[in-house]
Design a protein around this ligand. Structure first.
Ligand code: PGA
Length: 253
């Protein structure tokens, strides 16, 4: 069966002290309140990865993600962080292709493919993000748009490489806007994504891939979204910065 995952993308928020408090609170709530087979992921900014990871070490449900990775292995790439470095501080997952990276850092499909390869080569698991801007949805071009994003970065992976991938569908018009996709909109896109994946990889791999929804997910709408057959969890931005909200989203399964 595929994994149920709730991942918190902290983006560029929190100081060191605040990050440690937040993860301690989440860790305690997960220990006290969460039962069952759920993978909880926190993705703090780079400088806090190791310390945040250490605080969750005794908790089997909790896992660590980075928000980005270099496509290169090592060398003269000032300011970049490699998959090897991430692995060496206990990182297990890497968010790749978030719309903010595509938009503000001009990460194209080929770059994302290289990042996927670099991540998987180190035994880390990518959380590959896709999702359409509002004008593509309004033009009813959203399926084609997301299909291309998947095809242009993922289709060059082998079945074995793809087994490591988690997909996150994050419609750009829902990110940080308070406007969530309806559960029906999420389900139909997730089903479409799974169908596309089954054309690129074997059917079992596509069936087993966890597909997360992201975009203004909160404790009030998580239950409805997570109850959809092809929604296997969430990638949470704003609400992951508040321990109570994040824990309540996790408990929505
Ligand atoms: P949001 O962000 O939950 O604040 O909308 C989601 C994301 O960008 O991953």
């Amino acid at each position: 069966m595929r994994k149920r995952i709730v991942a918190g993308n902290w983006k560029m928020n929190k100081t060191y002290e605040e990050a440690l408090s937040l993860v301690s609170e989440i860790d305690n709530m997960v220990k006290d309140e969460v039962t069952g087979d759920i993978t909880v992921i926190v993705a703090p900014p780079f400088p806090f990865l190791q310390s945040v990871g250490k605080l969750t070490q005794g908790n089997d449900l909790m896992h660590l993600a980075a928000q980005n990775v270099s496509e290169h292995e090592s060398g003269a790439y000032t300011g970049e962080v490699s998959a090897t470095m991430l692995k060496s501080v206990g990182t297990e997952y890497v968010i790749i292709g978030h719309s903010e990276r595509r938009m503000y850092h001009h990460e194209d499909a080929q770059t994302l493919y290289k990042k996927l390869k670099a991540t998987i080569a180190q035994g880390l698991k990518p959380i590959f993000c896709c999702g359409e801007p509002l004008e593509e949805r309004d033009a009813e071009n959203h399926f084609e748009y997301v299909g291309k994003q998947l095809h242009n970065s993922l289709s060059y992976l082998s079945n074995e490489e793809f087994d490591q991938v988690v997909v996150a569908y994050e419609p750009i018009w829902a990110i940080g806007t308070g406007r969530t996709a309806s559960s029906q909109q999420a389900q139909e896109m997730h089903a479409y994504i799974r169908e596309q994946l089954s054309k690129m990889f074997d059917a079992e791999a596509a069936f087993n891939c966890s597909i997360l929804y992201g975009g203004s997910c909160n404790p009030g709408n998580a239950k409805e979204l997570f109850s959809q057959p092809d929604v296997d969890g969430g990638l949470i931005g704003g609400a992951s910065l508040k321990s109570r909200d994040f824990a309540d989203i996790i408990k929505s399964f």
